[in-house]
Design a binder for this molecule. Structure first.
Ligand code: NAD
Length: 502
C-alpha cells in the first residue's frame, strides 16, 4: 500500500516555507522520509515568545464566551478535516488509523468541552468577617503557555492544553516532538484558517516551534512563558521541572507510567481479557496508559496466562501490519531505538522470568524500513526492580498474588503512578482498590488506557502530579486572585478585630 503522502500538502499549504535540512521526518510505517524541516533558531524562538506575549495582552481582554467561539469554530474545522488529519497522525506516528481517528475525535471533544467552559470559569464569593466588605475569588488569564508534547499523542495532547488555554485567555507556543512535527504544522494551519476570519484573534495566538530538546529548553528557561505544560518521559520531566521551578514558573507535568491491571478471583474474564489486550498491545504498547503489568490472583494465573498467550499468538499470526490497513491491530514502533529498548528490557528480565512468549521482530510486507514486533508476554513469580522502568512497547509482565493487600503492594511498588485498574465483581475489593491505588486514574472493570476527556487526566509520583483535560483542570491555565472590596462610608474595620487608632 502506497503511503498517502498527499495529506501532507493538503493539510499544510505553507509547507515549503518550513522545509530545510535540520530535521528529517520519517514515517515509522516503512522508514521512508516524509519531509525535512528547518528547526527554529534561538532568535526565531525569541521573536515567537515576544509575539506570544503581545497576543496574550490582547486576547486576555476578549470576553470568555467570545474566546470560546473561536474554539467552537476550530472544532468545526477539525470535524471537516478529521479523516485527513487522522491519516497524517497514522503516517507520522504509526498508530493504527482507527486510533488516529480516535485521537482527532479527542481534539473535537475537548473543543466542545472548552466551549462550554468558556462560560463557566467560575470564581467564588466569600463571606467576609467585616461589615460592608465583600470577598471574591477571581480567575484571570495567566500568560503565554508553552506546550511540549510527546510523539505518541501528536495532536490530542496539544488540543487538551491549547483549547483550555485559549478559552482561559492565554496564548500558546507549541514545541511538538521532533518525531511528529508535521501533525503540529497541520494543526497550526487549520487553526490559522479559523483565526484569520476571527477579528478578535491576535496574530501569534497559537504558534509552533520546530525542533528538539534544545528548542524546547529555550521556552522552558524563558521567564515570559508563564506555564510550561510538558508531556513526555520521566527523564524529560526531571530535566524540565527544576528549571521551571528555579524561575518560579508554573509547571504541569504529564510523564511516564507503569500501569497495572489487577485480576481478582471474582473477575469476569470476558470483561478482563479484552481490556488487558487493548491496554497491552493497542497502540503497539506506546501509550502512557498502556498496561505494562497484569497482577493475577494465583487461582486464575495459569488460565489468564494461557488465554492471553492465545490472543498474543493470534495477533502475531496476522494482525501486525501496516497501520493504514483496516485489519491491522498492531502497527510499528516509532523507531529503531524503541525496538532496541524493548529487546534490552526483555533480555534484562529473561533470567528472572518463568516464561517469555513473543517479542521477536515481525516482518511486514512492503514496510521493510519499519520496526514491527510481536507483542511479548513475560510471566514472573514476583515483581523484580528490573521492571520498574517504563518500556514503551507491547511488553507485558504477568505476576501472581495471593491476597488483595499483596496485590496493591505489588501494584504500588513502582515509581510511577498514572493509571490502574481492577477486574472484580466484588464491590468491597473494588472500593478497597480505589482507596489504595496510588495512581491518578483508578478504573474498575475497565482497562488502564483509553480515558475520556471529561475527567482530569494525570498521575502521581514520577508521573509528575499534573492534571489536564477535563474536570477543573482549566484552573492550571489561569491565575487565582483574592479580592476584598469595602463599600462602607466610615473608617474600614481591620481583619481579626485589630484596632489601629490614632
Ligand atoms: P520524550 O521525553 O523523549 O520527549 C517528549 C518531548 O519533550 C519532546 O517534544 C522532546 O523534544 C521534549 N524534550 C525532551 N527533553 C527535553 C528537555 N530537556 N527540555 C525541553 N524539552 C525536552 O518522550 P517521547 O518518547 O516523545 O514520548 C514517550 C513518553 O511520553 C513516555 O514516557 C510516555 O509515558 C510519556 N507520555 C506521557 C503522557 C501523559 O499524559 N502522562 C502522555 C503521552 C506520553
Amino acid at each position: 500500500m502506497a503511503l498517502p503522502r498527499s495529506v501532507i500538502d493538503d493539510l499544510i499549504p505553507g509547507l515549503s516555507s518550513a522545509l530545510g535540512s535540520d530535521l528529517p521526518v520519517t514515517s515509522p510505517i516503512d522508514g521512508s522520509q516524509l519531509a525535512s524541516l528547518k528547526t527554529d533558531s534561538a532568535e526565531e524562538i525569541d521573536a515567537k515568545i515576544f509575539l506570544s506575549v503581545k497576543a496574550f495582552e490582547a486576547w486576555r481582554d476578549v470576553p470568555g464566551p467570545r474566546r470560546g467561539e473561536l474554539v467552537r469554530l476550530f472544532g468545526e474545522k477539525l470535524r471537516a478535516h478529521k479523516e485527513a488529519l487522522a491519516t497524517l497522525v497514522t503516517l507520522e506516528c504509526g498508530k493504527i488509523l482507527e486510533e488516529g481517528r480516535g485521537e482527532v475525535q479527542e481534539m473535537i471533544d475537548i473543543c466542545d468541552f472548552a466551549v462550554g467552559l468558556s462560560r463557566q470559569l467560575y470564581g467564588l464569593t466569600i463571606q467576609s468577617e467585616r461589615p460592608d466588605h465583600v470577598m471574591q475569588e477571581n480567575w484571570l488569564p495567566l500568560g503565554p503557555v508553552g506546550i511540549i508534547s510527546a510523539f505518541n499523542f501528536p495532536v490530542a495532547v496539544w488540543a487538551w492544553n491549547a483549547c483550555l488555554a485559549f478559552v482561559c485567555g492565554d496564548s500558546c507556543l507549541w514545541k511538538p516532538s521532533e518525531k511528529t512535527p508535521l501533525t503540529a504544522l497541520a494543526c497550526q494551519a487549520l487553526f490559522d484558517e479559523v483565526a484569520k476570519d476571527f477579528p478578535d484573534a491576535p496574530e501569534g495566538l497559537s504558534q509552533v516551534i520546530i525542533g528538539a530538546r534544545e528548542q524546547g529548553n529555550q521556552m522552558v528557561e524563558d521567564k515570559r512563558v508563564a506555564l510550561i505544560s510538558a508531556t513526555g518521559s520521566t527523564r524529560m520531566g526531571q530535566e524540565v521541572g527544576p528549571k521551571v521551578a528555579a524561575r518560579f514558573g508554573r509547571l504541569l507535568l504529564e510523564l511516564g507510567g507503569n500501569n497495572a491491571i489487577i485480576v481478582t478471583p471474582s473477575a469476569d474474564l470476558s470483561v478482563a481479557i479484552p481490556s488487558i489486550l487493548f491496554g497491552s498491545v493497542g497502540t503497539a504498547g506506546q501509550r502512557c496508559t498502556s498496561t505494562r503489568r497484569v497482577i493475577v490472583h494465583r487461582s486464575l494465573f495459569d488460565q489468564v496466562v494461557e488465554t492471553l498467550g492465545r490472543a498474543y499468538r493470534q495477533i502475531a499470526g496476522d494482525r501486525i501490519g501496516n497501520p493504514l490497513e483496516s485489519s491491522t491491530l498492531v502497527g510499528p514502533l516509532i523507531d529503531e531505538a524503541a525496538y532496541l529498548a524493548m529487546q534490552e528490557a526483555i533480555e534484562r528480565v529473561r533470567p528472572l522470568s518463568l516464561a517469555i512468549m513473543g517479542g521477536s521482530k515481525a516482518t511486514v510486507q512492503g514496510c521493510d524500513g519499519g520496526f514491527y514486533v510481536e507483542p511479548c508476554l513475560v510471566t514472573l513469580a514476583s515483581q523484580p526492580p528490573e521492571i520498574f522502568q517504563e518500556t514503551f512497547a507491547p511488553l507485558t509482565y504477568v505476576i501472581p498474588y495471593d491476597t488483595i493487600e499483596e496485590a496493591l503492594e505489588i501494584h504500588n511498588g513502582v515509581p510511577q503512578g498514572l493509571s490502574s485498574a481492577i477486574m472484580t465483581t466484588d464491590v468491597r475489593e473494588a472500593e478497597f482498590f480505589k482507596r489504595r491505588s496510588d495512581c491518578g486514574i483508578a478504573n474498575v472493570n475497565i482497562g488502564t488506557s483509553g480515558a475520556e476527556i471529561g475527567g482530569a487526566f494525570g498521575g502521581e509520583k514520577e508521573t509528575g502530579g499534573g492534571r489536564e483535560s477535563g474536570s477543573d483542570s482549566w484552573r492550571a491555565y489561569m491565575r487565582r486572585q483574592t479580592s476584598t472590596t469595602y463599600f462602607g462610608k466610615s473608617k474600614p474595620a481591620l481583619a481579626q478585630g485589630i484596632s489601629f487608632d490614632l
